[in-house]
Design a protein around this ligand. Structure first.
Ligand code: SF4
Ligand code: SF4
Length: 211
């Protein structure tokens, strides 16, 4: 486990250390909460559905080809959009978090074979670049956005539930600071979706419906 005091507060190393700390101290209790347990299972299924859709309509193929020819768009600093609760969710889903970047010019979580995270931020799940928009039929992208929206809705509910559960542990301020930043990124990702002709069908959830 990484040591919290070794890292500057707010750095990705600090957040990873905090996520491991939370897992060690609260992991079992969180997993025994039926709602969290069920949401984790649901999230895992939703993530699988999003990946299947990305494979079947050709997004994964396009990204592989692009990464080889032009380099991945998972740039350095993208990891800063992750907070300790989302990293904790990845630990609860069985992922291991890294202690260093694989390539200092890329996102901290990018590895040779792609992203090592299972649960990802809105901006990572929903991002559709011009190449993808040009090369894949709009109807297929609309369907993908709907599937991804279900994943993000489940993730949103799970994050909120975990934050509420941890609130009793006196760590609420840390979570709220990170949460505000997540909302900012969600707005940026929504702008992307809206520019593709989607509209928001729910105020509180990231359900996107095509106009
Ligand atoms: S999202 Fe677009 S820019 Fe990023 S790797 Fe895929 S094809 Fe390339
Ligand atoms: S998809 Fe993964 S590797 Fe890419 S920017 Fe997001 S977290 Fe980083």
């Amino acid at each position: 486990m990484l040591n919290l005091v070794m890292h500057p507060k707010g750095s990705i190393d600090y957040k990873i250390a905090l996520a491991y700390h939370l897992q060690a101290n609260f992991g079992q209790a969180l997993l025994q909460d039926k709602e969290i347990h069920d949401l984790l299972l649901q999230l895992n299924q939703n993530i699988e559905a999003t990946w299947k859709e990305m494979v079947s309509i050709g997004v994964v193929r396009e990204c592989r080809d692009c990464a080889v020819k032009e380099g991945s768009c998972c740039g350095t600093g993208m990891e800063n959009s992750y907070d300790e609760v989302l990293l904790l969710i990845n630990l609860l889903l069985g992922r291991t978090l890294p202690s260093q970047a694989y390539d200092i010019n890329s996102c901290y979580f990018l590895r040779e074979n792609g992203c090592l995270l299972r649960a990802r931020e809105v901006i990572c799940v929903n991002y559709l670049c011009q190449r993808i928009s040009r090369s894949i039929q709009k109807e297929k992208l609309i369907h993908l956005q709907k599937t991804a929206g279900e994943e993000l809705t489940t993730l949103f509910m799970l994050e909120n539930h975990i934050k509420k559960s941890l609130k009793g542990g006196g760590l609420f301020k840390v979570y709220m600071d990170s949460f505000k930043y997540s909302c900012l990124l969600a707005c940026r990702s929504l702008s992307n979706a809206l520019s593709l002709g989607f509209k928001v069908s729910s105020q509180n959830r990231l359900n996107l419906t095509h106009l």
